[in-house]
Write a protein that binds this ligand. Structure first.
Ligand code: ZN
Length: 105
């Protein structure tokens, strides 16, 4: 019964999120809504933020792995979790990128 209570909490949170998304959609679809423009402007800013972050973020994190983490001959850097692993934990190599057993399951 305790497990069911936890699952119910989860559902409540998710339905709250869905409702707020529905409200945003309704505001966008209704031209007469007084705050429709502010909602659109917020969405535009969020998109611009994503565009600026994603490409640069990936590049920087790749550089950090190469420069900061000392990598010995018998070690590799997992391309999924970016942790340095011992060679014995290498599960797969694809397109020159190594993946550890934790990420490959
Ligand atoms: Zn990994």
């Amino acid at each position: 019964m305790r497990v069911t209570a936890v699952a119910t909490d989860y559902d409540e949170v998710r339905s709250d999120v869905k409702e707020s998304q529905d409200h945003s959609l309704q505001a966008l679809q209704s031209a007469n809504a007084p705050d429709a423009r502010s909602v659109v402007r917020e969405l535009d800013e969020a998109d611009a933020f994503d565009d600026a972050l994603v490409p640069g973020g990936e590049f920087v994190s790749e550089e950090l792995v190469v420069q900061v983490i000392p990598q010995a001959q018998d070690e590799f850097t997992c391309y999924s979790c970016f942790l340095v692993r011992h060679r014995s934990q290498l599960a797969r190599e694809k397109n020159g990128h190594a993946y550890c057993i934790d990420c490959e399951g």
